[in-house]
Design a protein around this ligand. Structure first.
Ligand code: LMR
Length: 391
């Protein structure tokens, strides 16, 4: 059966976890996979998560199946954070729990493809898993430039041109905030412009929101995407709780779908459940149950909110600290100070990235993407020295 298969390279991002672990260089720095790190380089379990897990341990009296929709109270509890307190969508908006944000993107793409969608407008660079998921579900990614890495500027014109050239019913995939991998987001005005073109051209927005709260705040990070959702009769939103609840390996996500009418929403929901059933049957429970407990308890929620605020503040401090170095060779570090979330992509060649790794023990994606959370006051000088030596 498998004689003709050829070896595939390991996933470029995920292999960095092991490469970094196996490096004995005491000065090594992990700027690879997207996990938040504190000033000591750790990714501790949130205090609010520990408390909610403790409560779950005490009160959970069954681990029986919940069904393909997962924990619907979890899905309902997240909804106001994403869509606003009184979103007004009523039963036109539905959601299901998914295994992580990846499961949500996959379920969205499969369901869209089964409904006849053919093309997804995708700004590059993007999260490296977007393209493969779109293709695996039989759709075609239609690429445009999200940003110019040399100048560290958004190529908004490329998005506008791509949307204007698209056909009615084409999907446009948008990062809700904290663009992965560039950290370059749309302004409020640009979101407004996107919303009006989406409406004019009859495009279908698919929003990937994996870093809410790590940019400017929960409300602020959702303001732009809400304009697009309000402008389009139908849309989907893939959500991840990996980073903003620190629940990475628990695989906690959700897919929300907005339909034209309540009747259509009910039909679409039945397809989401059927596709979920054929994929993973039911999502894992523990992480979503933990989020539900946090969001339904005032004290836990306040503690969680404060923890996310601290993460955001630390990320912004690291961005400002790096920005002070201005330019190192062709790398514009000042731009890092204007960007959002975990990531920025530096203007480095693959050879330079490999030199950072081989000669200095600094691990980043081959694209030049850095996870800003891997930096701290102590390792930034080593990082900048290394950049200077390879620039
Ligand atoms: C990342 O981009 O590093 C994270 O979202 C982890 C992943 O699944 O790729």
């Amino acid at each position: 059966m498998f004689e003709d298969l050829k070896d595939l390279p390991p996933d470029g991002l995920l292999q960095l976890i092991k490469l970094y672990r196996d490096d004995s260089n005491p000065q090594k720095i992990d700027l690879g996979v997207g996990v938040y790190r504190d000033a000591d380089g750790g990714t501790p379990v949130f205090r609010a998560v520990k408390k909610a897990e403790h409560r779950l341990h005490e009160v959970q009296d069954s681990k029986s199946y919940l069904g393909p929709e997962g924990d619907h109270e979890f899905v309902a509890a997240l909804r106001p954070y994403i869509f606003g307190k009184n979103d007004g969508y009523g039963a036109r908006l539905n959601g299901v729990q998914t295994p992580g944000g990846t499961g949500a993107v996959r379920l969205a793409c499969e369901t869209l493809a089964s409904a006849g969608a053919k093309r997804v407008l995708l700004g590059t660079p993007s999260w490296p898993n977007h393209g493969p998921i779109i293709q695996a579900t039989g759709m075609e990614p239609v690429l445009f430039d999200h940003a110019d890495i040399k100048t560290q500027t958004l190529d908004f014109g490329a998005l506008i041109d791509a949307m204007k050239a698209a056909d009615k019913g084409d999907i446009v995939l948008l990062h809700g905030c904290c663009h992965n991998p560039t950290g370059i987001d749309y302004s409020a005005d640009q979101w407004g412009e996107i919303a009006s073109i989406v409406a004019d051209r009859g495009l279908f927005p698919l929003i990937d929101l994996a870093y809410q709260g790590l940019g400017h705040g929960f409300e602020e990070d959702a303001e732009g995407l809400r304009k697009v959702i309000a402008a389009a009769p139908e849309s989907m939103l893939a959500y991840s709780c990996d980073k903003n609840f620190g629940l990475y390996r628990e695989r906690v996500g959700a897919l929300y779908a907005l339909s034209n009418t309540e009747a259509q929403a009910a039909t679409l929901y039945s397809h989401l459940l059927s596709n979920a059933r054929a994929n993973w049957s039911m999502p894992p429970d523990h992480g979503a149950a933990t989020v539900r407990v946090i969001l339904s308890d005032d004290d836990f929620r306040a503690e969680w909110d404060a923890e996310v605020r601290d993460m955001r503040a630390r990320l912004n401090r690291m961005r400002s600290a790096l920005a002070e170095y201005q330019n190192v060779g062709d790398v514009d570090l000042a731009a890092v100070g204007r960007q959002n979330g975990l990531f920025s992509t530096l203007n480095l060649s693959k050879d330079q990235v490999m030199a950072m790794r081989g000669s200095h023990g600094i691990y980043m994606a081959a694209s030049g993407r850095i996870n800003v959370a891997g930096l701290n006051e102590r390792n930034i000088p080593h990082f900048v020295e290394a950049l200077r030596s390879i620039a």
